[in-house]
Design a protein around this ligand. Structure first.
Ligand SMILES: Nc1ncnc2c1ncn2[C@@H]1O[C@H](COP(=O)(O)OP(=O)(O)OP(=O)(O)O)[C@@H](O)[C@H]1O
Ligand SMILES: [Mg+2]
Length: 347
Protein backbone atom coordinates (compact mmCIF):
# COMPACT_ATOMS: atom_id res chain seq x y z
CA UNK A 1 0.00 0.00 0.00
CA UNK A 2 1.31 3.44 -0.92
CA UNK A 3 2.11 5.76 1.99
CA UNK A 4 -0.15 8.39 0.48
CA UNK A 5 -3.15 6.20 0.10
CA UNK A 6 -5.98 6.55 2.57
CA UNK A 7 -8.63 3.99 3.34
CA UNK A 8 -12.33 4.52 2.91
CA UNK A 9 -13.58 2.31 5.65
CA UNK A 10 -16.95 0.72 5.30
CA UNK A 11 -19.00 -2.05 6.86
CA UNK A 12 -21.46 -3.91 4.70
CA UNK A 13 -24.41 -5.90 5.96
CA UNK A 14 -25.04 -7.97 2.86
CA UNK A 15 -28.34 -9.50 3.93
CA UNK A 16 -30.59 -11.94 2.13
CA UNK A 17 -33.35 -9.32 2.03
CA UNK A 18 -31.68 -5.97 2.80
CA UNK A 19 -28.19 -4.60 2.38
CA UNK A 20 -26.83 -1.73 4.45
CA UNK A 21 -23.62 0.26 4.23
CA UNK A 22 -22.01 1.91 7.25
CA UNK A 23 -19.19 4.38 6.65
CA UNK A 24 -16.74 5.09 9.44
CA UNK A 25 -17.48 8.37 11.21
CA UNK A 26 -20.72 8.77 9.27
CA UNK A 27 -22.90 5.82 10.22
CA UNK A 28 -25.43 4.08 7.98
CA UNK A 29 -25.48 5.82 4.61
CA UNK A 30 -27.35 3.34 2.43
CA UNK A 31 -30.16 0.81 2.78
CA UNK A 32 -31.32 -1.13 -0.26
CA UNK A 33 -33.14 -4.40 -0.89
CA UNK A 34 -30.66 -7.10 -2.01
CA UNK A 35 -31.98 -7.43 -5.56
CA UNK A 36 -30.29 -7.08 -8.94
CA UNK A 37 -32.23 -6.65 -12.18
CA UNK A 38 -30.26 -8.02 -15.11
CA UNK A 39 -30.81 -7.66 -18.86
CA UNK A 40 -30.06 -11.08 -20.33
CA UNK A 41 -30.16 -9.85 -23.93
CA UNK A 42 -27.64 -7.04 -23.53
CA UNK A 43 -25.74 -8.77 -20.70
CA UNK A 44 -25.86 -5.72 -18.43
CA UNK A 45 -27.21 -4.82 -15.03
CA UNK A 46 -30.30 -2.65 -15.45
CA UNK A 47 -31.02 -1.63 -11.87
CA UNK A 48 -30.08 -2.61 -8.34
CA UNK A 49 -31.83 -2.29 -4.97
CA UNK A 50 -35.19 -0.55 -4.62
CA UNK A 51 -35.77 -0.18 -8.36
CA UNK A 52 -34.86 -3.80 -9.00
CA UNK A 53 -37.17 -4.98 -6.23
CA UNK A 54 -40.12 -3.34 -7.94
CA UNK A 55 -39.34 -5.54 -10.95
CA UNK A 56 -39.71 -8.85 -9.06
CA UNK A 57 -42.51 -10.81 -10.69
CA UNK A 58 -42.92 -8.05 -13.29
CA UNK A 59 -39.88 -8.40 -15.55
CA UNK A 60 -40.28 -8.57 -19.32
CA UNK A 61 -38.79 -11.59 -21.11
CA UNK A 62 -35.32 -10.14 -21.57
CA UNK A 63 -34.82 -9.26 -17.89
CA UNK A 64 -34.52 -11.12 -14.62
CA UNK A 65 -34.79 -9.72 -11.10
CA UNK A 66 -32.46 -11.79 -8.96
CA UNK A 67 -31.94 -12.09 -5.22
CA UNK A 68 -28.20 -12.90 -5.21
CA UNK A 69 -28.24 -14.34 -1.68
CA UNK A 70 -30.25 -17.22 -0.37
CA UNK A 71 -30.36 -18.30 3.28
CA UNK A 72 -27.67 -15.74 4.03
CA UNK A 73 -25.14 -17.12 1.54
CA UNK A 74 -24.09 -16.41 -2.02
CA UNK A 75 -26.51 -18.12 -4.40
CA UNK A 76 -25.73 -16.20 -7.60
CA UNK A 77 -22.06 -15.33 -7.65
CA UNK A 78 -21.99 -12.74 -10.47
CA UNK A 79 -25.07 -10.98 -9.11
CA UNK A 80 -23.50 -10.84 -5.65
CA UNK A 81 -20.47 -9.12 -7.14
CA UNK A 82 -22.79 -6.65 -8.91
CA UNK A 83 -24.69 -6.00 -5.69
CA UNK A 84 -21.48 -5.32 -3.77
CA UNK A 85 -20.11 -3.14 -6.58
CA UNK A 86 -23.27 -1.07 -6.46
CA UNK A 87 -23.12 -0.67 -2.68
CA UNK A 88 -19.49 0.46 -2.83
CA UNK A 89 -19.91 2.76 -5.84
CA UNK A 90 -22.88 4.49 -4.19
CA UNK A 91 -21.04 5.18 -0.96
CA UNK A 92 -17.31 5.46 -1.60
CA UNK A 93 -15.98 8.34 -3.69
CA UNK A 94 -13.69 7.12 -6.46
CA UNK A 95 -10.34 8.83 -6.15
CA UNK A 96 -6.83 7.70 -6.82
CA UNK A 97 -5.88 8.36 -3.21
CA UNK A 98 -8.37 6.17 -1.41
CA UNK A 99 -8.79 2.44 -1.42
CA UNK A 100 -11.80 0.88 0.28
CA UNK A 101 -11.43 -1.56 3.10
CA UNK A 102 -14.45 -3.33 4.36
CA UNK A 103 -15.96 -5.61 6.95
CA UNK A 104 -18.71 -7.86 5.66
CA UNK A 105 -20.81 -10.09 7.87
CA UNK A 106 -21.87 -13.66 7.14
CA UNK A 107 -23.93 -16.34 8.93
CA UNK A 108 -22.27 -18.73 11.36
CA UNK A 109 -21.95 -22.32 10.25
CA UNK A 110 -21.41 -21.57 6.58
CA UNK A 111 -19.40 -24.10 4.65
CA UNK A 112 -15.87 -23.34 3.50
CA UNK A 113 -17.15 -23.23 -0.08
CA UNK A 114 -19.80 -20.65 0.82
CA UNK A 115 -17.27 -18.56 2.70
CA UNK A 116 -14.79 -18.68 -0.17
CA UNK A 117 -17.51 -17.56 -2.61
CA UNK A 118 -18.30 -14.57 -0.41
CA UNK A 119 -14.63 -13.67 0.02
CA UNK A 120 -13.99 -13.87 -3.75
CA UNK A 121 -17.06 -11.78 -4.54
CA UNK A 122 -16.05 -9.22 -1.94
CA UNK A 123 -12.48 -9.03 -3.21
CA UNK A 124 -13.70 -8.65 -6.77
CA UNK A 125 -16.06 -5.82 -5.86
CA UNK A 126 -14.22 -4.08 -3.02
CA UNK A 127 -10.54 -5.03 -3.18
CA UNK A 128 -8.08 -7.07 -1.15
CA UNK A 129 -8.72 -5.43 2.19
CA UNK A 130 -11.81 -7.31 3.24
CA UNK A 131 -12.61 -8.89 6.57
CA UNK A 132 -15.43 -11.36 7.03
CA UNK A 133 -17.12 -11.38 10.40
CA UNK A 134 -19.89 -13.51 11.85
CA UNK A 135 -23.29 -11.83 11.80
CA UNK A 136 -24.09 -12.78 15.38
CA UNK A 137 -21.04 -10.91 16.67
CA UNK A 138 -21.88 -7.83 14.61
CA UNK A 139 -25.51 -7.99 15.72
CA UNK A 140 -24.57 -8.22 19.39
CA UNK A 141 -22.13 -5.31 19.09
CA UNK A 142 -24.70 -3.25 17.23
CA UNK A 143 -27.30 -3.97 19.90
CA UNK A 144 -24.89 -2.54 22.48
CA UNK A 145 -24.24 -5.81 24.30
CA UNK A 146 -21.01 -6.02 26.33
CA UNK A 147 -19.52 -8.66 24.02
CA UNK A 148 -15.92 -7.97 25.02
CA UNK A 149 -16.59 -8.53 28.73
CA UNK A 150 -16.10 -12.00 30.22
CA UNK A 151 -19.82 -12.50 30.73
CA UNK A 152 -22.30 -14.50 28.69
CA UNK A 153 -24.73 -12.70 26.41
CA UNK A 154 -27.18 -14.15 23.94
CA UNK A 155 -28.31 -12.65 20.68
CA UNK A 156 -30.84 -13.90 18.15
CA UNK A 157 -30.65 -12.16 14.75
CA UNK A 158 -33.83 -12.84 12.81
CA UNK A 159 -33.03 -12.04 9.19
CA UNK A 160 -34.82 -12.66 5.92
CA UNK A 161 -32.89 -15.83 5.09
CA UNK A 162 -31.45 -17.08 8.36
CA UNK A 163 -31.86 -16.89 12.09
CA UNK A 164 -28.54 -16.59 13.88
CA UNK A 165 -28.57 -17.74 17.48
CA UNK A 166 -25.40 -17.20 19.49
CA UNK A 167 -23.95 -17.06 22.96
CA UNK A 168 -20.99 -14.72 23.21
CA UNK A 169 -18.36 -13.96 25.80
CA UNK A 170 -14.98 -12.16 25.88
CA UNK A 171 -15.25 -10.94 22.29
CA UNK A 172 -15.99 -14.33 20.75
CA UNK A 173 -18.80 -16.68 19.90
CA UNK A 174 -18.96 -19.53 22.40
CA UNK A 175 -21.77 -21.45 20.78
CA UNK A 176 -23.88 -20.62 17.76
CA UNK A 177 -26.46 -22.03 15.42
CA UNK A 178 -27.44 -20.68 12.07
CA UNK A 179 -30.95 -21.78 11.25
CA UNK A 180 -31.91 -21.49 7.61
CA UNK A 181 -35.33 -20.26 8.61
CA UNK A 182 -35.94 -16.54 8.36
CA UNK A 183 -38.53 -13.96 7.36
CA UNK A 184 -38.79 -15.40 3.87
CA UNK A 185 -39.89 -18.75 5.32
CA UNK A 186 -42.58 -16.88 7.24
CA UNK A 187 -43.75 -15.36 3.94
CA UNK A 188 -43.79 -18.79 2.33
CA UNK A 189 -45.78 -20.20 5.25
CA UNK A 190 -48.38 -17.47 4.64
CA UNK A 191 -48.47 -18.26 0.90
CA UNK A 192 -49.08 -21.94 1.54
CA UNK A 193 -51.66 -21.32 4.29
CA UNK A 194 -53.61 -18.94 2.04
CA UNK A 195 -53.46 -21.45 -0.81
CA UNK A 196 -54.57 -24.36 1.30
CA UNK A 197 -57.19 -22.74 3.52
CA UNK A 198 -58.43 -19.76 1.52
CA UNK A 199 -57.90 -21.26 -1.95
CA UNK A 200 -56.12 -18.15 -3.15
CA UNK A 201 -52.78 -17.84 -4.88
CA UNK A 202 -50.72 -14.85 -3.68
CA UNK A 203 -47.21 -13.62 -4.47
CA UNK A 204 -44.28 -13.16 -2.09
CA UNK A 205 -44.71 -9.39 -1.85
CA UNK A 206 -48.34 -9.73 -0.78
CA UNK A 207 -47.31 -12.37 1.74
CA UNK A 208 -44.68 -10.06 3.24
CA UNK A 209 -47.20 -7.25 3.42
CA UNK A 210 -49.61 -9.54 5.28
CA UNK A 211 -46.83 -10.57 7.67
CA UNK A 212 -45.83 -6.98 8.40
CA UNK A 213 -49.45 -5.86 8.92
CA UNK A 214 -50.92 -8.84 10.74
CA UNK A 215 -47.95 -11.04 11.67
CA UNK A 216 -48.06 -12.29 15.23
CA UNK A 217 -46.54 -15.13 17.22
CA UNK A 218 -48.86 -17.22 19.32
CA UNK A 219 -48.37 -16.92 23.06
CA UNK A 220 -49.34 -19.11 26.03
CA UNK A 221 -52.74 -17.53 26.12
CA UNK A 222 -53.52 -18.34 22.50
CA UNK A 223 -51.40 -21.40 21.75
CA UNK A 224 -53.89 -24.09 22.67
CA UNK A 225 -57.06 -22.12 23.10
CA UNK A 226 -58.64 -21.91 19.67
CA UNK A 227 -61.51 -19.95 21.26
CA UNK A 228 -59.23 -17.02 22.03
CA UNK A 229 -58.34 -16.48 18.42
CA UNK A 230 -61.35 -14.41 17.44
CA UNK A 231 -61.01 -11.93 20.25
CA UNK A 232 -57.22 -11.86 20.47
CA UNK A 233 -56.57 -11.45 16.79
CA UNK A 234 -59.15 -8.96 15.69
CA UNK A 235 -57.23 -7.23 12.94
CA UNK A 236 -57.78 -8.23 9.35
CA UNK A 237 -57.03 -6.97 5.84
CA UNK A 238 -58.26 -7.39 2.28
CA UNK A 239 -55.86 -9.24 0.00
CA UNK A 240 -55.75 -9.74 -3.72
CA UNK A 241 -54.73 -12.92 -5.49
CA UNK A 242 -55.84 -15.51 -7.99
CA UNK A 243 -58.70 -17.85 -7.16
CA UNK A 244 -57.40 -21.41 -7.30
CA UNK A 245 -60.71 -22.78 -8.63
CA UNK A 246 -61.60 -20.21 -11.29
CA UNK A 247 -58.11 -18.92 -12.10
CA UNK A 248 -59.46 -15.36 -11.92
CA UNK A 249 -58.36 -12.43 -9.75
CA UNK A 250 -60.17 -12.31 -6.42
CA UNK A 251 -60.23 -10.22 -3.20
CA UNK A 252 -60.76 -11.68 0.21
CA UNK A 253 -60.28 -10.99 3.90
CA UNK A 254 -57.50 -12.54 5.93
CA UNK A 255 -57.53 -12.30 9.71
CA UNK A 256 -54.74 -12.08 12.24
CA UNK A 257 -55.88 -15.48 13.53
CA UNK A 258 -55.18 -16.98 10.11
CA UNK A 259 -51.72 -15.44 10.09
CA UNK A 260 -50.92 -16.63 13.64
CA UNK A 261 -51.87 -20.13 12.54
CA UNK A 262 -49.80 -19.90 9.35
CA UNK A 263 -46.69 -18.71 11.20
CA UNK A 264 -46.82 -21.20 14.03
CA UNK A 265 -44.65 -23.90 12.46
CA UNK A 266 -41.65 -21.75 11.43
CA UNK A 267 -41.86 -19.82 14.70
CA UNK A 268 -41.86 -23.03 16.72
CA UNK A 269 -38.71 -24.13 14.85
CA UNK A 270 -36.97 -20.89 15.80
CA UNK A 271 -38.00 -21.25 19.44
CA UNK A 272 -36.82 -24.88 19.52
CA UNK A 273 -33.42 -23.90 18.13
CA UNK A 274 -33.05 -21.23 20.83
CA UNK A 275 -33.91 -23.80 23.53
CA UNK A 276 -31.35 -26.23 22.10
CA UNK A 277 -28.60 -23.62 22.22
CA UNK A 278 -29.54 -22.72 25.80
CA UNK A 279 -29.33 -26.38 26.78
CA UNK A 280 -25.82 -26.58 25.33
CA UNK A 281 -24.60 -23.35 26.95
CA UNK A 282 -21.99 -23.82 29.69
CA UNK A 283 -23.59 -23.24 33.14
CA UNK A 284 -21.77 -20.02 34.11
CA UNK A 285 -22.69 -18.35 30.86
CA UNK A 286 -26.25 -19.67 31.11
CA UNK A 287 -26.49 -18.03 34.51
CA UNK A 288 -25.35 -14.70 33.01
CA UNK A 289 -27.95 -14.96 30.25
CA UNK A 290 -30.58 -15.83 32.82
CA UNK A 291 -29.75 -12.58 34.57
CA UNK A 292 -29.34 -10.30 31.53
CA UNK A 293 -31.85 -11.85 29.15
CA UNK A 294 -31.84 -12.52 25.40
CA UNK A 295 -31.62 -9.77 22.77
CA UNK A 296 -33.41 -9.95 19.43
CA UNK A 297 -32.13 -8.14 16.33
CA UNK A 298 -32.95 -8.20 12.59
CA UNK A 299 -36.25 -7.50 10.83
CA UNK A 300 -37.95 -10.53 12.35
CA UNK A 301 -37.53 -9.03 15.82
CA UNK A 302 -40.35 -6.65 14.84
CA UNK A 303 -42.84 -9.50 14.64
CA UNK A 304 -45.62 -8.88 17.11
CA UNK A 305 -45.45 -10.96 20.34
CA UNK A 306 -42.33 -12.84 19.20
CA UNK A 307 -40.25 -11.58 22.13
CA UNK A 308 -43.06 -12.56 24.49
CA UNK A 309 -43.33 -16.04 22.97
CA UNK A 310 -39.58 -16.66 23.27
CA UNK A 311 -39.64 -15.31 26.80
CA UNK A 312 -42.46 -17.67 27.81
CA UNK A 313 -40.70 -20.71 26.41
CA UNK A 314 -37.22 -19.95 27.71
CA UNK A 315 -38.44 -18.43 30.97
CA UNK A 316 -36.03 -15.56 30.44
CA UNK A 317 -36.34 -11.87 29.74
CA UNK A 318 -36.28 -11.17 25.99
CA UNK A 319 -35.62 -7.71 24.60
CA UNK A 320 -35.99 -6.34 21.11
CA UNK A 321 -32.92 -4.24 20.25
CA UNK A 322 -33.47 -0.64 19.34
CA UNK A 323 -33.13 -0.22 15.55
CA UNK A 324 -33.28 -4.00 15.19
CA UNK A 325 -32.85 -3.84 11.39
CA UNK A 326 -29.64 -1.79 11.69
CA UNK A 327 -27.77 -3.72 14.39
CA UNK A 328 -25.56 -5.83 12.10
CA UNK A 329 -24.44 -2.80 10.07
CA UNK A 330 -23.83 -0.73 13.20
CA UNK A 331 -21.96 -3.58 14.89
CA UNK A 332 -19.64 -4.22 11.97
CA UNK A 333 -19.28 -0.44 11.70
CA UNK A 334 -18.05 -0.35 15.29
CA UNK A 335 -15.70 -3.23 14.48
CA UNK A 336 -14.02 -1.02 11.85
CA UNK A 337 -12.28 0.69 14.78
CA UNK A 338 -10.59 -2.60 15.57
CA UNK A 339 -9.86 -3.57 11.96
CA UNK A 340 -6.17 -4.34 12.40
CA UNK A 341 -6.69 -6.26 15.62
CA UNK A 342 -9.57 -8.24 14.08
CA UNK A 343 -7.62 -8.83 10.90
CA UNK A 344 -5.14 -10.89 12.92
CA UNK A 345 -7.81 -13.07 14.49
CA UNK A 346 -10.32 -13.36 11.65
CA UNK A 347 -8.31 -13.75 8.49
N1 LIG B 1 -42.57 -5.47 11.15
C1 LIG B 1 -42.10 -6.64 10.74
N2 LIG B 1 -42.66 -7.78 11.17
C2 LIG B 1 -42.21 -8.97 10.76
N3 LIG B 1 -41.18 -9.14 9.91
C3 LIG B 1 -40.56 -8.03 9.46
C4 LIG B 1 -40.98 -6.73 9.85
N4 LIG B 1 -40.17 -5.82 9.22
C5 LIG B 1 -39.31 -6.52 8.47
N5 LIG B 1 -39.52 -7.85 8.61
C6 LIG B 1 -38.85 -8.96 7.92
O1 LIG B 1 -37.49 -8.96 8.25
C7 LIG B 1 -36.76 -9.57 7.19
C8 LIG B 1 -35.58 -8.71 6.81
O2 LIG B 1 -34.79 -8.55 7.94
P1 LIG B 1 -33.24 -8.20 7.80
O3 LIG B 1 -33.07 -6.99 6.97
O4 LIG B 1 -32.68 -8.21 9.18
O5 LIG B 1 -32.75 -9.49 6.98
P2 LIG B 1 -31.41 -9.65 6.15
O6 LIG B 1 -30.29 -9.13 6.94
O7 LIG B 1 -31.59 -9.10 4.80
O8 LIG B 1 -31.33 -11.24 6.00
P3 LIG B 1 -30.24 -12.27 6.57
O9 LIG B 1 -29.67 -11.67 7.80
O10 LIG B 1 -31.03 -13.51 6.87
O11 LIG B 1 -29.28 -12.48 5.47
C9 LIG B 1 -37.71 -9.73 6.03
O12 LIG B 1 -38.11 -11.08 5.91
C10 LIG B 1 -38.86 -8.83 6.42
O13 LIG B 1 -40.09 -9.29 5.89
MG1 LIG C 1 -29.09 -9.85 8.38
Amino acid sequence: MSLFKKHSELAIDLGTTNSLVFIKEKGIVLREPTVVCYNTERDVVETVGQDAQRMIGRTPGNMVAVRPLQDGVVAEYDMTVEMLRYLVSKTVPKTAFTTPRAIISHPSGVTQVELTALRRAAEEAVGDDVLLMETALSAAMGAGLPVFDPIGTMVVDLGGGTTEIAVLSSGGIVIARSLRVGGEELDEAIISYVRRHLKLLIGERTAEEIKINLGVAKTKKTLDARGYLDTEYEKSMQIKGRDLDTGLPKDLKITQGDVAEALEYPISRIVEAILTILEKTPPELAADINEKGITLTGGGAELHHLAQRISEETEMQVYKAENALDCVAIGSGIALNRFDELAKSLR
